[in-house]
Design a protein around this ligand. Structure first.
Ligand SMILES: NC(=O)c1ccc[n+]([C@@H]2O[C@H](COP(=O)([O-])OP(=O)(O)OC[C@H]3O[C@@H](n4cnc5c(N)ncnc54)[C@H](OP(=O)(O)O)[C@@H]3O)[C@@H](O)[C@H]2O)c1
Length: 308
């Protein structure tokens, strides 16, 4: 009998989630727009890239693995018939790779309309990178920080343009007090996601006088390969299917921020389910954001002429 109640309960939860999930209803065509989606080869990033390509945008997938990147490109081209989709190598755990990506991008594209900082790691990799930083912290914050700052002059030139940063509701449990020590995977992840939202808010303030908007988002809890090697992986099939969104649902808020005219004049916002959400207290702290910015500039080795 308990099994029947369990299955019934799971169906009810799933139905409730389906009904309440946010959806991007915009029917805007994106032809002529140039978009970068980092980590566009899987999960939320893949679905985001797929939908943007379906709407006619030129989409560049910034991925660390050539084979996975090219497979995603081929799959998107096959599904959308849009041939303006391509892979470019981008390993966010290496500042040299980020710099090369930006150089290559600038020499092949004249403009950039939308940058979607989607790629992320779960925090389980805590060894040091070639740049001397904790790997997943670099993938989640320091790499995207450098990438975004280096691309900002082009985004300004291409304005109106948009920067979208995928963070997580777990930013609430983060701190920026010790970003370069090996902590538990959960702490590393929460710290990095707090960094994402502080970075987004500070960047929005710095770009206030430009027509470049900057917003962050929590995609919801989404059943992707993200949970590999964490405890949730082991509980995957039942729990993740019942309680979590699928990747198409998980991509909706990124798409809303990239596409919708409703976002034209919004900057410095934090979105959940395609509407403004409530940031944690630390995320709203402007002093903390300014402190993180200064620390990030030093850690990524930003040159004076690159500062914004
Ligand atoms: N899933 C959730 O419930 C959830 C909840 C809140 C926030 N998020 C955020 O959503 C974003 C997307 O995650 P997802 O759920 O779609 O997971 P996913 O399917 O695992 O996608 C993560 C992407 O990031 C890429 N990536 C990892 N390390 C990289 C590196 N060093 N350089 C470049 N790319 C790298 C991965 O590439 P490979 O395929 O090569 O590994 C993959 O394409 C992340 O920022 C995550 O923090 C997810």
């Amino acid at each position: 009998m308990w099994l029947v109640w369990l299955v019934l309960g799971m169906i009810l939860i799933k139905t409730y989630n389906k009904i309440t999930n946010g959806k991007c209803y915009s029917d805007k065509v994106m032809s002529g727009k140039v978009v970068i989606v980092t980590g566009g080869n899987s999960g939320i990033g893949y679905q985001t890239a797929l939908e943007l390509a379906r709407r006619g945008a030129k989409v560049i997938l910034g991925c660390r693995d050539e084979e996975r990147g090219q497979n995603a490109v081929q799959s998107i081209i096959k599904k959308t018939k849009n041939r303006s989709v391509r892979y470019m190598h981008l390993d966010l755990s290496s500042f040299a790779s980020v710099r090369k990506f930006v150089e290559d991008f600038k020499s092949s594209e004249a403009k950039l309309d939308i940058l979607i900082n989607n790629a992320g790691a779960s925090g389980v990799h805590r060894d040091k990178t070639e740049d001397g930083l904790i790997r997943d912290m670099q993938v989640n914050h320091f790499g995207p920080f450098l990438l975004t700052v280096l691309l900002t002059p082009l985004l300004k030139k291409s304005a109106p343009s948009r920067i979208i940063i995928v963070t997580s509701t777990l930013h609430r449990f983060g701190t920026i007090s010790d970003l370069n020590s090996p902590h538990s995977f959960m702490r590393t992840y929460c710290d990095s996601k707090l960094c994402n939202i502080l970075f987004s808010n500070e960047l929005a303030r710095r770009l206030e006088d430009s027509d470049v908007s900057v917003n962050s988002l929590h995609p919801g809890h989404v059943n992707t390969s993200f949970y590999k090697a964490t405890i949730l992986e082991k509980l995957r099939t039942m729990i993740l299917y019942t309680f979590f969104k699928n990747p198409i649902e998980g991509a909706q808020t990124s798409l809303f921020l990239a596409i919708s005219d409703d976002c034209d004049h919004i900057t410095g916002g934090y979105f959940v389910d395609c509407k403004e959400g409530y940031m944690g207290m630390k995320a709203r702290n402007e002093d903390l954001a300014a402190k993180l910015w200064e620390m990030s500039e030093q850690m990524v080795g930003l040159k004076p002429e690159e500062q914004i």
